[in-house]
Design a protein around this ligand. Sequence first.
Ligand code: FE2
Length: 413
Amino acid sequence: MFSLKNGIVVSLNRPCRLGELNVLDGRIVPRNTMNGGRKVSLDLRGRSYIYPALINSHDHLQGNYLPAVGPKRGNFYLTWQPWDGDLKASPTFVERSRLSREELYRLSGYKNLFSGVATVIDHFPHEINREFLPLLPVRAVAEYTLSHEAAPNDLKWGAGIGVEHRRALKKNWPFVTHLAEGFDDICMGAVERLEKHKALDDHCLLVHCIALSDRDIRKIAGAGASVCWCPASNMRMFNVSAKVRKMLKAGINLSLGTDSSATGSVNLLEELRYARNLYRRLYGEELPARTLFKMVTLNAARALRIAGRTGVLDPGKLADLMLIKARRDDPFENLLEARPQDIELVVVAGRAIYGEERFLALAEASCGRVVVGSRTMFVAGDPGALYREVRRKLGFNKVLEYLPFEPEGKGRP
Ligand SMILES: [Fe+2]
């Protein structure tokens, strides 16, 4: 059990308050439950925001490799298929193929952890990721059903739209699928296809949705389905974004995901900034930082049907925490400016898995060390050894921008 005192606790609905956050058996608890027993108490001196740790609601954990792959200059794709062909013919893919699947999953775990993500969902079938998800330092959601693109010409993941959706209903899991990622007739008919399969409802997490008509948007809102916006990926591949202003006005539960770094941002903090800048460019108005924060916390938790457990810092919820240095009076603006070098601590279900050495009392004895910026950080597992092994296999000093450290111990600015 531990207490963080004099931290600024961030809530969507209450003004920030200087207070204490108590953790017992992996959960946030009221102060009076902490009597008795040996507890660690740390004073944040009013200098840190305590946020709910972030939730990345769309990633492909086998695909986080760099550099990204996109269309040739000046051309954009009509559908996702030519991108898939370009990826598989790319030097990035050839190089990536020299790493094991386990190494790619472990790298992806750190990509997410170093940007304050405690929970991520991998858009790959269970038979591919089952053995790797438990190896990650962060929580990877294992309870979902899926289609690849919910289209007759997709990659045939899962047992088909109707079967997978019915399984989701039965188990109360999300049914996750790319949808309308392109502009041919198949992509444009995506919502009607879900309706035909009786698979459009509040269990759906629909990713990309760049080709939706206004009528489709009304149907999705009426069904209570969630949409995951991946702006950097959509712009790289198609130079088009989902109609997020209309979606927000329609009341759709909108989350934000990175997609893999093969098309999206290098991490979720960068994706937040990309989303804000793109919205300003597309609509000439601001998307409030608070709205973006909600997309990577509560909205994402709702989309993944885990809002009863995480997404906000309320008593009874899992202690999924992220501490960031308080530089701005507004905690949401503070998050929008944050870089991996500003993250002070990440806790997943009460386990401190990444943090500054002043939080070492919360860490497990087996954790490793990395230097991020000018700080030595403890971290679950040994990402330094992983990075060194990746470089050894490749035969040169590969830089993966989502790893904010040098494996030999020299920090990157
Ligand atoms: Fe994707």
